[in-house]
Design a protein around this ligand. Sequence first.
Ligand code: SDX
Length: 429
Amino acid sequence: MDKKASLTLPDGKTLEFPVMSGTIGPEVVDIRTLYGKSGYFTYDPGFLSTASCNSTITYIDGDAGVLLYRGYPIEQLAQQCDFLEVCYLLLNGDLPDAAEKAEFVNTVIRHTMVHEQISRFFTGFRRDAHPMATMVGVVGALSAFYHDALDINSAEHRKISAFRLIAKLPTITSMAYKYSVGQPFMYPRNGLSYTANFMRMMFAVPAEDYKPNDVLVRALDRIFILHADHEQNASTSTVRLAGSSGANPYACISAGIACLWGPAHGGANEACLQMLEEIGDVSKVGEFIRKAKDKNSGVRLMGFGHRVYKNHDPRAKLMRETCHEVLDELGLANDRLFKLAIALEKIALEDDYFVSRKLYPNVDFYSGIVQRALGIPVSMFTCIFALARTVGWIAQWQEMISDREYKIGRPRQLYRGAARREVVPIGQR
Ligand code: SDX
């Protein structure tokens, strides 16, 4: 029997709404007809209790600390797959077999180069511009180069745009870095794996050979997997909302990058490392924790807390393990900031302020330390997050466009401004 939810309005009128069930997770009350039937809107700033869509891509159980990509636990994907396999999974719904993976990889590496004129865009930016500003600009500008495949109603155009974005984000990200340090851009080398190719474009210089370190490449590849998708987070919702107007995929991904930049979202990894540098020493942790608990201080424990996870973010644990691996490989096991982060995490998790509010380390808490150990500058941390999340944004965008329920997103509001009033000529105001 179909489940229903009833709502009784102040005038005593009772309305019924269908309850919809998913495969797993909370059921939803379908309130799409509420305004038409009652003249009432729901009110949910920040969307704490709102399902904006139905999706088959990623599932999070915040209380249990579970993250599934297309049903597969993040722990298994991070240990047993590489990033391009996970890209295939997110885009197509299943893990590829060997032949499917080979074809997918071959297509991606055929699109790693950018139009030569793209490099001229960078000269318009100051060298000291934040690389995220460059990324927002250059990714959005890609639509100026691909007029041949911008019809979002064409499955073929959507597919080629997906490949172009997944393949070119590493190239553009490395260009943003090289431009910021005044080094020449490095062209992709298609004989390398996706992540080794990125590391070479980031760290190689024309003056000498560069050999990627397999342990470090594997660690960064795993970091990409951990950041690939995360349900309807702020930047994914931005991509969906931008895409709901019919905007082209490059403009939508550029909007996602802009939203991810915020310190409450993807910018937290950069903010977390800056926080650790400011604390400086384990002896200062107590003072910092006191400030983070003081609402008036404006200080937050960056890399802690999450809208959905009210238990450990499973990605944080995997990121901590990756941190150990990288620091051990580099002989940095006694890294000052890593030891400080471990101490900070321990003290916070013993403090009732954080425990009572279910504030645990999230994906950003350790990612900055491991990226710093990999030689990635702080200003590039969120660019790496954007590179990895591009596949999730694209998968969610494609799912929305193909959804028969798809329509332009247009929320309403609770209006608390002035009631109607008449303009008075300036001489009489
Ligand atoms: C990401 O949504 C996603 O899935 C995002 C993401 C993804 O993969 O896409 O997981 C990536 O963005 C991870 C989150 C990275 N951000 C940070 O680490 C920044 C620090 N954390 C926060 O500012 C905060 O925890 C949020 C933004 C992540 C979540 O904020 P909420 O859900 O709106 O929670 P809230 O601000 O209402 O906080 C609840 C309480 C408040 O105290 P009270 O009013 O109850 O007394 O907890 C406090 C907050 O003051 N609080 C913190 C805190 N986070 C929340 N206090 C100190 N330090 C913190 N980090």
